[in-house]
Design a protein around this ligand. Structure first.
Ligand code: NAD
Length: 354
C-alpha cells in the first residue's frame, strides 16, 4: 500500500482528491490541513471512519510538525494543495498569501528535503513532491494563443504572484538539491465541495435565494474550465508517470466567458427547478465594477500531459456543469454549513479562485 502526505485535503480540490483515493483504495492518506475558512471537515465526512485516512490539523508552515509526520508515516509522496486561493481576498489582504503560499511551501520543501535525504536507495528514487499550482502564474492572454509550460511567468495578482513564488522554490529544490519534484499548473476548476465564494457555486447559491448574480465588468473575461475529478486524475497521472523536475499544464479545452458560464448556470436552474419563483434566473444577472488587475483571458495548452502521459479530460463543460449544479441542489446542507463559518469577505465577487 502506498502512503501519501496530502496537504490542504479539506479544501475543494484536495478534498475531492482524498475522497477519490479512498474510493479507489490501496492508498493510505495522511491529510494535513490548517482548516482555514475554506477547509471543512464536512467534505471528508465520507472517510471519517476509514482507517486509511488520518486527518491532522496543522500548517504546512510548521516544519517540526511536518518532519514528525514524515518520520512517522514514511510517505511515498507529498501532494501539496494547501494554499490561500481566492484572488479577491488576496487583493484585500495579501499577507496570508505570502505567508502560506510562499513561506509555507518553503517550510514544506525543507521538511521534504530533510526526509528524502534519509530514504534508502529505491525509496529515495521513487519519492515525489508534487506541487499543485495554477495557470494564473502566466499572467493574461490576448484574444489568441495558449499558455504552454514554456510561457514566462507574469503574475498580476498577489494570489498568482505568491503561487509563482512557490513554483519557483519548488523548481529550485530540484535544480539545487535534486529533490524529485513535479509541478502541475491547472486552469479553473469547478465541481462538488467548492467554497461558495468562487464563481460557479456563488452564482448557484445566489440564484437559489433570488439574490443578484454579480458579474464583473461586461462579463467578457475568459477562463478555461476543468471538472475537478479530471484535475484529480491528472494529478494521479503525473504522480505515477511524470518526470522529476518537469512541469505539466492541465486544462479542459473549455474556454468560456464569465457571462456564458453564468447564463448556462441560469438555464440549468430553470430546467431543474421549473417551479422556482426566480425563473428565468438570468434576470438576476447584474454587472458590477471590474476587479483591479483583472486578467482578460486564460487558456491552457495541455498537449504535453496528453502526449507524455496520455491524460485527457473526460467531462465536457456541459456534462461537468450539469453534474455540478445538480450536486449543489442536492447538498444544500453542506453549503449552509460551510457558509456558517468565516464566510463574508467584503469583496465576495464573481470571479473564481482563479
Ligand atoms: P481551497 O481554498 O478550497 O482549499 C485550500 C485548503 O488549504 C483548505 O482546506 C485550507 O484549510 C488549506 N490550507 C490553507 N492554508 C494552509 C496551511 N498553512 N497549512 C495547511 N493547510 C492549509 O483551494 P482549492 O481551490 O482546493 O485549491 C487547491 C490548490 O490548487 C491550491 O494550491 C490552488 O492554488 C490550486 N489551484 C486551484 C484551482 C482552482 O480553480 N480552484 C486551479 C488551479 C490550481
Amino acid at each position: 500500500m502506498k502512503t501519501l502526505l496530502v496537504t490542504g485535503g479539506a479544501g475543494f480540490i484536495g478534498g475531492n482528491f482524498v475522497l477519490r483515493q479512498m474510493r479507489q483504495g490501496g492508498v493510505e492518506v495522511v491529510n494535513l490541513d490548517a482548516l482555514t475558512y475554506s477547509g471543512n471537515l464536512r467534505t471528508l465526512a465520507e472517510v471519517e471512519d476509514n482507517p486509511n485516512h488520518d486527518f491532522v490539523l496543522g500548517s504546512i508552515g510548521d516544519r517540526e510538525l511536518v518532519e514528525y509526520l514524515l518520520e512517522r508515516y514514511q510517505p511515498d509522496a507529498i501532494v501539496n494543495f494547501a494554499a490561500e486561493t481566492h484572488v479577491d481576498r488576496s487583493i484585500d489582504g495579501p499577507d496570508a498569501f505570502v505567508h502560506t503560499n510562499v513561506t509555507g511551501t518553503f517550510e514544506l520543501l525543507e521538511a521534504a528535503r530533510w526526509y528524502w535525504r534519509q530514504l534508502d536507495g529505491e525509496r529515495r528514487k521513487t519519492f515525489r513532491f508534487l506541487h499543485v499550482s495554477t495557470d494564473e502564474v502566466y499572467g493574461t492572454l490576448g484574444p489568441t494563443g495558449k499558455f504552454t509550460e514554456e510561457t514566462p511567468y507574469r503574475p498580476n495578482s498577489p494570489y498568482s504572484a505568491s503561487k509563482a513564488g512557490s513554483d519557483h522554490l519548488v523548481r529550485a529544490y530540484f535544480h539545487t538539491y535534486g529533490l524529485p519534484v513535479l509541478t502541475t499548473n491547472c486552469s479553473n476548476n469547478y465541481g462538488p465541495y467548492q467554497f461558495p465564494e468562487k464563481l460557479i457555486p456563488l452564482m448557484i447559491d445566489h440564484a437559489l435565494q433570488g439574490l443578484p448574480l454579480p458579474v464583473y465588468g461586461a462579463g467578457t473575461n475568459v477562463r478555461d474550465w476543468l471538472y475537478v475529478e479530471d484535475h484529480c486524475r491528472a494529478i494521479e497521472t503525473v504522480l505515477a508517470g511524470g518526470r522529476p523536475g518537469e512541469v505539466y499544464n492541465v486544462g479542459g479545452n473549455n474556454e468560456k466567458t464569465n457571462i456564458e458560464v453564468v447564463e448556462t448556470i441560469c438555464a440549468l436552474l430553470d430546467e431543474f427547478l421549473p417551479d422556482s419563483p426566480h425563473k428565468p434566473h438570468r434576470h438576476l444577472i447584474q454587472f458590477v465594477q471590474d476587479r483591479p488587475g483583472h486578467d482578460l483571458r486564460y487558456a491552457i495548452d495541455a498537449g504535453k500531459i496528453g502526449r507524455e502521459l496520455a491524460w485527457q479530460p473526460e467531462e465536457t463543460f456541459e456534462t461537468g456543469l450539469r453534474k455540478t449544479v445538480r450536486w449543489y441542489l442536492d447538498n444544500r446542507d453542506w453549503v449552509e454549513h460551510v457558509k456558517s463559518g468565516n464566510y463574508g469577505g467584503e469583496r465576495l465577487g464573481v470571479e473564481s479562485a482563479k
